[in-house]
Ligand binder design. Structure first.
Ligand SMILES: C[S@@+](CC[C@H](N)C(=O)[O-])C[C@H]1O[C@@H](n2cnc3c(N)ncnc32)[C@H](O)[C@@H]1O
Length: 235
């Protein structure tokens, strides 16, 4: 059986360093590690999860596909399952950004020995970008995927200095520079959401609502400016 990935996980797979061992932390179903070895992107992958059910499912998939010599399945918390230098790419996908930060912050020695982090936070992406900048990781690539009507961002970071503007923190340094069509679509959708929200809030009046309206209007202006810059760049 060949595993096919949805567009969200395919975006993550595309950022993995080819030819080097990867670790997928919080693997759950284990589709990503299986995809990486079946497509010869990685010869070896470590797949881990802290929960017993996902760990057992992951192990049984590996057994069913006879991939035991290529995928090692481990049960444990975060990066504790790894020894320093075991994995060149550390992947964490499909969980909240704050949880990701906790996992990364708990294991500095493992991070020092890794070459690349591949992260796909479901939320709190700006906090993840700030954490990376504060801990000497530099974002080298960002991609977006649209899956079942939801936009996802995946990023790759490598050791290095990175200074981010507020726009880059919120909307992605590489996404701003490269402005791929999915990112533009996402910003346009966000603009529509903001306009609807502002119209809804206009029916109410309080100090808090006025502050919320102000912050939405500021976000609206920043998005309009980013879209205008992307259009100018493409000319
Ligand atoms: C929503 S699933 C995401 C699965 C897969 N990575 C994906 O993107 O489709 C999150 C998985 O992460 C695991 N998980 C959450 N926190 C973890 C931690 N601190 N260490 C290891 N696994 C964790 C959960 O048990 C769960 O199986």
């Amino acid at each position: 059986m060949l595993v096919k990935l949805d567009d969200r996980l395919k975006a993550v797979a595309d950022l993995v360093l080819p030819g080097k061992t990867a670790a997928d932390i919080g693997t759950d179903h284990n589709y990503l590690p299986v995809f990486l070895v079946q497509n010869n992107i990685c010869e070896h992958v470590i797949a881990s999860d802290r929960a017993d059910g996902p760990y057992r499912n992951a192990a049984s998939l590996v057994k069913r596909l006879a991939l035991e010599d290529k995928i090692k399945v481990r049960l444990g918390e975060g990066l504790e399952v790894l020894n320093p230098g075991e994995a060149a790419t550390i992947i964490i996908a499909g969980m909240g950004g704050r949880l990701m930060i906790d996992i990364l912050a708990a294991a500095p020695a493992i991070l020092t020995a890794a070459d690349r982090l591949v992260l796909q936070p479901q939320k709190d992406l700006p906090a993840v970008r700030c954490w990376l900048a504060d801990h000497r990781w530099s974002i080298v690539k960002e991609t977006m995927a649209l899956d079942s009507g939801i936009y996802y961002t995946a990023l790759a970071a490598e050791h290095g200095q990175m200074k981010l503007s507020q726009d880059e923190i919120d909307f992605g340094p590489c996404l701003i520079a490269e402005h791929p069509q999915l990112w533009i679509d996402y910003l346009q959708l966000r603009l529509e959401d903001i306009e609807q929200l502002v119209a809804k809030l206009a029916q109410h009046d309080s100090g808090e609502i006025r502050r919320r309206q102000q912050s939405l209007q500021q976000e609206r202006k920043r998005i309009i400016d980013l879209l205008a810059r992307a259009t100018v760049d493409d000319k």
